[in-house]
Design a protein around this ligand. Structure first.
Ligand code: SDX
Length: 456
């Protein structure tokens, strides 16, 4: 069959890929448009592998084999750096252009105009809520901010200096034992209820973890405050009944930070949410895995490391020494670099701009001038320019968290609060994607061939 006939007849089927599947492999030199022509030099066989949406299906490689008894060729991609694990409509990132959009809306517009709970609704449901939808959504979340009284008992079991991320991972996992109905993941109503519970309770658990570490009584959530005000109130409301209202500038800043951290497509922690969720476990257990992924210093734990690094530097005069150590490979410049962004992280730009508003209320964070000097020096140094290392979302966020009064250990916890809506959006999209199955990658085995215990 010549290319034209093949192409014409391929249009009759659902897509070129199913056509190719039924007509493997081409023995002739026939070529489809949008495809790879691959010749296996081991056999001389020619294969046509369709390209759809700028990707090939890795499964198509399995056709390439020397003998039928073989598994076929695998794609080897450690850390999945060049592998699309899913098709998603939630978040779009153009790393080279420094573009970030949630469901098509630019992050800059969303951060300026929306409340975090509106953005959480957008990520999970695909559109911004109408007035009525928002009232129902925020009411349901507000009425799910309380946790079972027993939660306090295992919170109290942690050491006074337990890292709050460790407490958060554990308590979110523990919540799965309070809500066995969460296993009904294919019942839309149950999924919705778990989403209310997780978005509603994560700030409460986070604040409980903080209060425990401070030896302070837990503050219960208040239903008359916004999402970010309520978190600040649970964190900082003094014991007793003195009225407490968080500063509106700080609450607004936290609302923006929540929005900026809400989702970021297939990052490490979202991948953990999808992979663990693909076993059809309840969303609390999957979310605990996602929080554990975020905890790492290369991911959400970086904001904590940035402030520790700036405190270690101590003054602008020491910046050249740190840059030298980084260039000698002796240390990472935390808050710099990104797997996807090879340009300035748009979130870092928004946070940097917002810093002045916060410092206008809290007083300037002395670490800011070290951070600005570090950025200026790095962005004019060939080592960073050549490697396209720019400030990422974590570089300035910690300075604002610190100014608001959060201890460094709480920085990744605040990241987890914000990212919960993104994780749930990714989890639900995975569950409803008919192409997705339980995650089960293959491996290239490099171990021993068969050997026996008694053989000498
Ligand atoms: C987040 O994935 C996401 O979307 C994550 C996130 C989200 O919202 O979910 O955006 C949140 O996790 C932001 C990243 C926070 N992490 C940090 O700030 C930790 C410091 N950053 C690095 O560890 C690093 O940049 C990573 C882990 C973020 C990315 O690592 P990569 O993919 O290995 O970086 P790369 O391939 O671009 O590195 C190219 C070169 C390498 O050097 P060479 O081997 O070429 O000589 O740059 C070097 C890297 O070693 N490099 C750094 C560096 N980051 C990369 N050198 C010094 N300091 C750094 N921070």
């Amino acid at each position: 069959m010549i290319a034209k006939e093949i192409f014409q007849s391929s249009l009759a089927v659902r897509d070129p890929i199913s056509f190719i599947r039924e007509n493997r492999p081409f023995e002739t030199s026939s070529v489809l448009t949008d495809s790879l022509s691959v010749k296996d030099n081991r056999t001389g066989k020619q294969y046509e592998i369709p390209i759809a949406e700028d990707a090939i299906r890795a499964a198509e490689l399995r056709k390439i084999k020397v003998s039928d008894s073989e598994l076929g060729v695998l794609s080897y991609d450690p850390s999945l750096a060049n592998t699309a694990s899913c098709r998603s409509k939630i978040t779009f990132i153009d790393g080279d252009a420094g573009i970030l959009r949630y469901r098509g809306y630019p992050i800059e517009e969303i951060a300026e105009k929306k409340e975090y709970l509106e953005v959480a609704y957008l990520l999970i449901n695909g559109e911004f809520p109408s007035k009525g939808e928002y009232e129902t959504w925020s009411k349901n979340i507000t009425y799910h901010t309380n946790v079972h009284e027993n939660v306090k008992k295992f919170m109290d079991g942690f050491h006074y200096d337990a890292h709050p991320m460790g407490m958060l991972v554990s308590s979110v996992a523990a919540l799965s034992t309070f809500y066995p109905d969460a296993k009904q993941i294919f019942q839309e109503q149950s999924r919705q209820l778990q989403i209310y519970r997780l978005v509603g309770k994560i700030p409460t658990l986070a604040a409980f973890a903080y209060r425990h570490s401070q030896g302070m009584p837990y503050n219960y959530p208040r239903n008359d405050l916004s999402y970010s005000e309520n978190f600040l109130s649970m964190m900082f409301r003094p014991p007793g009944y003195s009225p407490y209202h968080p500063d509106p500038v700080l609450a607004k800043a936290l609302n923006v930070l929540f929005i900026l951290h809400a989702d970021h497509e297939q990052n490490c922690s979202s991948t953990a949410m999808r992979v663990v969720g693909s076993s059809h476990v309840d969303p609390f257990s999957a979310a605990a895995a996602a929080i554990a992924g975020l905890y790492g210093p290369l991911h959400g734990g970086a904001n904590e490391e940035v402030v520790r690094m700036l405190e270690e530097i101590g003054s602008k005069e020491k910046v050249p020494e740190i840059i030298r150590q980084v260039k000698e490979g002796k240390r990472l410049l935390f808050g710099f670099g990104h797997r996807i962004y090879k340009n300035y992280d748009p979130r870092a730009q928004i946070i940097k701009k917002m810093a002045d508003n916060v410092f206008g209320v809290t007083g300037k964070n002395s670490l800011l001038e070290i951070a600005l000097e570090l950025e200026k020096t790095a962005l004019s140094d060939d080592y960073f320019i050549k490697r396209k290392l720019y400030p990422n979302v974590d570089f300035y966020s910690g300075l604002i968290y610190q100014a608001i009064g959060l201890p460094v250990e709480m920085f990744p916890v605040v990241f987890a609060i914000a990212r919960m809506s993104g994780w749930l959006a990714q989890w639900q999209e995975m569950l409803l994607d008919s192409e997705q199955k339980i995650a089960r990658p293959r491996q290239i085995y490099t171990g021993y061939a068969e050997r026996h215990i008694d053989s000498k």
